[in-house]
Design a binder for this molecule. Sequence first.
Ligand code: NDP
Length: 463
Amino acid sequence: MTAQLTKSSAIPSAIEHQRQFFGAGHTKSVEFRLAQLTRLKQAIIDRQADIVAAVKADLGRPEFEAYFEIATISEINLAIKKLKTWTKPKRVKSTLENFPSSAWIQPEPLGVVLIIGPWNYPFQLMMSPLVGAIAAGNCAILKPSEHAPATAKVVSDLIAATYEPGYITVFEGDADTSQQLLAEKFDHIFFTGGTAIGRIVMAAAAKHLTPVTLELGGKSPCIIDADINLDHAARRIAWGKFINAGQTCIAPDYLLIDHTIKEAFLAKLKSAIHHFFGHNPAQSPDFSRIINQRQFDRLTALLNSGTTIVGGETDASTRYIAPTVLDNVTWDSAVMADEIFGPILPALTYETLDQAIAQINGRPKPLALYFFSRDHGKQQQVLTETSSGGVCLNDTVLHIGVNGLPFGGVGQSGMGSYHGKATFDTFSHHKSVLKKTFWFDLDWRYAPYNASKLAQIKKLVVR
Ligand code: NDP
């Protein structure tokens, strides 16, 4: 393999190199794509230990949770299994006025795509979109986050050892590297990160009229009705919130609890946290650390909101923030202003479900919404009266792992979606084709028009 290009001055020539590779048609055949997906799978399997060690170095992540990164393999397996079906033209019904003809939709690759990722799931959020880019027949440039440097290096080494840079390559670097990449013309930009940078990405893409997928964040609410299994709900919420120390885009951001069960629920939540991490989570091998000092400082400033009923301890030297639950929080508290993205869980209450829904609808549309209730009617009410990227009823986070469910935001939480076939679709253009024959050529649509032709067009369109 040719050495990986890493200098940002090489960006325009790397893109040109990939344009030539794409233009030569190398990526078009299904056999080529299948071979590259198989290579990617093997490369990930071979580097499991490196990936685990890298996310441990970057985020203090326990080995069990490091395997969430490697779950990309299930996306690869699905793409390998389904690629022939996904790439097949899909026949659609043609129209009477076109008789005789056939019509179909034919997926085609977009060209050279850019994938920019964040630091919180720094391997998976590079690889999962890449699976779709490869499956759809594109060339790709990847830009991992500088804030997870160990993982960025694993990504870079893996790609360099597996593919030639004319096909897929990585540019490690900081936000400046992203800016240099964004100044160039791509055929699609797939961005995962915060809403603020999402705006910058979209503005840069607009200059070249490049389509974007924006996988953004936001405050994902978790509504807790009184009609639940308290133990199960508490465990599932504590799990979804505190994996990766809350640095998960779809972590429950805040709780909205039916006021009649608040005390009982918070007691269960407290015991779930103690059960998971012990009474001193700093000693637990199963609890991650905050990515960097900037995020640590941002999060510790939020600990002043409300009353701490669990956690609250911090250690700047290890960037540790205990799993924390805050009670007596109001909508005006600092912790309710922006996405928390850390192990701090504020609890608010509601008196009626209508009120809870109104509060959620008064804020930007979230990436995920969680509702815990056995009540089918209330489930339907939440589903029909709120809008969010996705919903998980009676659990948290796990909807992201269902490959048949497209994953993405709505409104400020993002645009476009991926996972499973949706990733293939995101990186494909679905070309419409109409095919006519030379059997005959009816005269009715050609000038000079007359009364009979007018009658025919009226019959055709006014019905
Ligand atoms: P950022 O938006 O800060 O960064 C995302 C990427 O953009 C990084 O690669 C970063 O580079 C790059 N970047 C930073 N500044 C600029 C700039 N001025 N111009 C161009 N690119 C830039 O997000 P975080 O990495 O902090 O990730 C956290 C956010 O991501 C949260 O809001 C979270 O909800 C969201 N997220 C969304 C997910 C989803 O699937 N919807 C999944 C995971 C996270 P560098 O890091 O090297 O500076």
